[in-house]
Write a protein that binds this ligand. Structure first.
Ligand SMILES: NC(=O)C1=CN([C@@H]2O[C@H](COP(=O)(O)OP(=O)(O)OC[C@H]3O[C@@H](n4cnc5c(N)ncnc54)[C@H](OP(=O)(O)O)[C@@H]3O)[C@@H](O)[C@H]2O)C=CC1
Ligand SMILES: O=C(CO)COP(=O)(O)O
Length: 302
């Protein structure tokens, strides 16, 4: 919707009925109800017309990406593929750029990430994001920036994608703390210790510290840990308060917590908060047990 401020945009949806309904009603009632599509967005389920552009944005749940890339690998060859997904592929431990590079020959992989709720962007509210691409990406930065969407570029794809993926895990922790009535001070503590974990993991995997301190890391951590618009925060809130949660809602932090714990084990990195989020979301422990375990950890230097 934001890009449509600059020219025609084609939106591809996998389900032909859904695509037709969106093209007619100008709304995705299931995924983004209440937000009207601009007139120059056309919706189609036809691959040929949708994938005609040299630059394609990929926005789907992370665990679906490998299957999607495999199914369309030939059509996507040579394209610039900009992932908007935030997660780690459970099967391979890879982020979006790793998957793109390993599954689509000759594709150029980029990541668009940072603090941004889809509804805010679609409504044209001001937003700033990180665009990460291993090669020179000034032209791509200009292509994807709009009057309301300000992009900062970096070549650190590892840092950008890890920031976006990992913050969801700590958003679940923050939601849990608030849902359980443990207070804003406890949330700030978990956010800070969560950020320390993000940094440890990202640095061990070759990312740059400044990327984690930027929009894609710290920026998105703050947004998702403090807003009830976040689905990861809301899942945590439900866990903390004992309320139910609709399993059909996309919550990337659950799979990411699992993948992150596997990565941390392989690299021998301590991530106590993420370990608790994983145990909680896998229903292995209760909220009060998780809190007790974290508070009983040996005292140490910050
Ligand atoms: N929503 C937000 O505010 C933001 C989301 N993101 C990230 O974007 C990614 C997608 O999230 P979001 O769009 O919110 O999720 P939603 O669950 O709202 O929508 C997922 C979309 O992906 C489609 N999809 C699912 N599986 C496949 C597949 N195998 N092949 C093709 N398309 C598929 C769905 O189609 P269908 O409707 O047919 O199921 C739907 O259009 C996540 O990684 C999320 O973290 C990033 C920034 C902001
Ligand atoms: O990534 C997001 C905001 O930057 C969206 O967060 P949720 O997936 O938790 O809704």
């Amino acid at each position: 919707a934001s890009l449509a401020q600059k020219g025609p945009v084609t939106l591809w949806a996998r389900d032909p009925d859904q695509a037709k309904a969106m093209q007619t009603t100008r709304e995705n009632t299931r995924r983004l109800a209440g937000v009207k599509l601009p007139a120059n967005v056309s919706v189609t389920s036809e691959i040929a017309s949708a994938f005609a552009s040299d630059t394609l944005l990929l926005a789907m749940p992370m665990q679906q990406m490998a299957g999607f890339l495999n199914s369309h690998a030939e059509t996507l060859t040579g394209k610039t593929l900009v992932s908007c997904s935030k997660g780690i592929d459970l099967a391979t431990g890879q982020g979006p750029t790793g998957l793109i590079r390993s599954l689509v020959q000759g594709a150029r992989a980029a990541v668009l990430t940072g603090p941004s709720f889809a509804a805010d962007i679609a409504r044209g509210l001001p937003t700033a994001l990180t665009l990460a691409c291993a090669d020179h990406s000034e032209a791509l930065q200009a292509e994807l920036s709009t009057p309301t969407l300000r992009l900062y570029r970096t070549t650190d794809t590892t840092g950008a994608e890890l920031g976006g993926a990992l913050k969801n895990v700590y958003a679940i922790a923050a939601g849990t703390v608030i849902g359980a009535g443990l207070g804003d001070s406890a949330r700030a503590a978990l956010m800070t210790r969560g950020f320390a974990e993000m940094l440890r993991v990202a640095l061990a995997l070759g990312a740059r510290a400044e990327t984690l301190s930027g929009l894609s890391g710290f920026g998105d951590l703050v947004l998702t840990c403090t807003s009830e618009q976040s689905r990861n925060f809301r899942l945590g809130y439900a866990l903390g308060s004992g309320a139910g949660f609709d399993a059909a809602i996309t919550v990337e932090g659950v799979a990411t917590a699992k993948a992150l714990n596997a990565l941390a084990e392989r690299h021998q990195i301590e991530i106590p908060v993420a370990a608790m989020v994983n145990a909680l979301t896998q229903q292995e422990i209760s909220v009060s047990e998780a809190m007790q375990i974290l508070l009983a950890r040996p005292l140490k230097e910050e």
